[in-house]
Design a protein around this ligand. Sequence first.
Ligand SMILES: [Zn+2]
Ligand SMILES: [Zn+2]
Length: 369
Amino acid sequence: MRAVVCTDLNEVSVQDIDIPEPRAREVRIRIVAAGLCHTDLSVVRGNFDVPKPVVLGHEGCGYVDKVGPGVWEVAPGDPVVCSIIMPCHACPQCDRGAFSICDQWFEIAFSGIMPDGTTRLRRDDSDINSFFSQSSFAEYAVVPVSAVVKVRQDAPLEKLAGLACGISTGLGAAMVRAPVQPGATVAVLGAGGVGVATMIGARAKKALRVIAIDLVPTKLDHALRTGAATDAIVAGANTVEDVLRLTPGGKGVDIFYDAVGAATTIETGIAATRAGGTIVAIGIMENDLEYTVPLRGLINEKIITGTNGGSIVPRRDIPRFVDLMMAGELPFDAITDRYYDISQVAEAFDDLEQHRMTRGAFRFESSPS
Ligand SMILES: [Zn+2]
Ligand SMILES: [Zn+2]
């Protein structure tokens, strides 16, 4: 099968590798579409360390092709989304229902291996590392069943790839982790796919005002034009003042979502949020970023928190996001606006880096048997 393999820093190519076989409690999926996420790019650029060679991709969706022993949740032919949230159901976090911060997840996601410590991916008798136990920039992916979510038959599958990671992260931030109250004023820093999903989630929760902030004017235009945002601010030296001016009494937003996670973006959020409001870190550009927090902000009861993957419970939230999309209440299907064949991987990463898309995805027209 064809797969996108990252062999070294900034070295990405399409290779012909073996079709993987599912083991116990694993599912093989014929991939229909796989979303392009900044995290894939971060691996290629060396901002996240993952053992190489590795098949990238962690936003896959498609049809179940084969199941390993002990799988009862899905059957061949089922349309599914592969969530990055992959509960082990055996750690203290999973015990308390916090699947998005499963202890095992942090050990596995960037480790190159599946939960059993091995990889399913091979070429010429050499192992290739796995990414998020998924590696869905390939015609087939083998994924632990705990990460596989069945979705309704009538949904347009290629529009759902982002629900594996980026789009669920944004929707979950606004609807699960720090749910918007009706009538609220919120700001979202970053108008890429995750940020726009956050805005769409906030609008669905009846935010009165959704302020989009980005460096790139075309992204802001897109957020306004699609109705995801009500107001837009070009990020710059006066971002905080520009946000405050749009909030009740100039006191700050109720919730500030930081979908970028670069140096100083959380500080901007803290300054632009009212006393008692909430600042939510959604994205992270580099693993070891640090922030300075003004103690006065904490005494004023501001809450600073974050979310991994939108803090969703995949089998509870992904099907309801799809239902809301199909009902026209959550128009995230418009977020993915560029599709590529995996042979265009270099162009796709370049477009992502140069902001030529809101969200992109690889589409697999047909797969060899
Ligand atoms: Zn991602
Ligand atoms: Zn766990």
